[in-house]
Design a protein around this ligand. Sequence first.
Ligand code: NAD
Length: 268
Amino acid sequence: MSDGVLAGYRTLVTGASSGIGQGTAIAFGRSGAKVAVNYRSDRDGAEEAVRAVEEAGGEAYAVEADVSDADAVTAMVEEVCERFGGIDVLVANAGMQKDAATLEMSVEDWRRVLDVNLTGQFLCAQAAARRMVAQGPGAGPARSAGSIITMSSVHDVIPWAGHVNYAASKGGVDMLMRTMAQELAPRGVRVNSISPGAIKTAINEEAWSTPEAEQELLQLIPYGRVGVVDDVAAAAVWLASDASDYVTGTVLYVDGGMTTYPSFREGG
Ligand code: NAD
């Protein structure tokens, strides 16, 4: 493992018991990182990621926390730092949808999605950044003091009818990321977003699980295929590593061209 691009990096991935988070945790482990695999309720999914990292010769453990709970997040980051001796990378990935038309949406569903997708990312990024600033640049295996990756979505720029809470949360993540990047660059902390397009995971299963649904989804993807978890995990490895050391305050769209608005090829 020692020759991986993340050799010795101390990392935390939230929402890592499934989907993009699980794939990213495994990719980090295979790149030589130590990985704390956060989960909220699915311990089996988290243990699956831990086993995959260990099978590749790496080190990982599962850590429970609801990212919208400030005390739980503080305790989680403290535990990670105690166990690994610090933290070099956070992937604030945990997220959820509770969909409804704007006219029908309950305030509970509005608040829960904002709590997890936006406040949850803030709490994790704040707790990790405090430790990274205290460590300082070059103290760990990375050149920076740390790299924070916020998992956003193409819906940080594409409005999404029927998902007003989700789109608002991801729009918020964009300014959370940019503002933290501006504020923390002088302290050596890098902050960037990955904004995936359509990636095959549980969160959007109804959009790709039948051939008809997948065909309809492909109308939105110029590159001609629905994305997979490894497409996003590879981008996360790069943003976590020194290969992207001069990159901060940026959104990396991993979307097969969805944000080129393909319906405008023959219109407008
Ligand atoms: P997923 O449902 O498999 O993963 C979401 C994870 O977040 C789950 O493991 C879930 O348990 C966890 N989670 C939810 N609430 C939590 C909480 N309060 N505390 C801790 N963990 C919590 O779906 P995914 O597609 O892997 O989603 C991961 C991220 O990627 C999300 O932020 C999502 O918005 C974003 N994203 C996904 C897609 C896609 O097409 N799949 C596209 C754009 C953005």
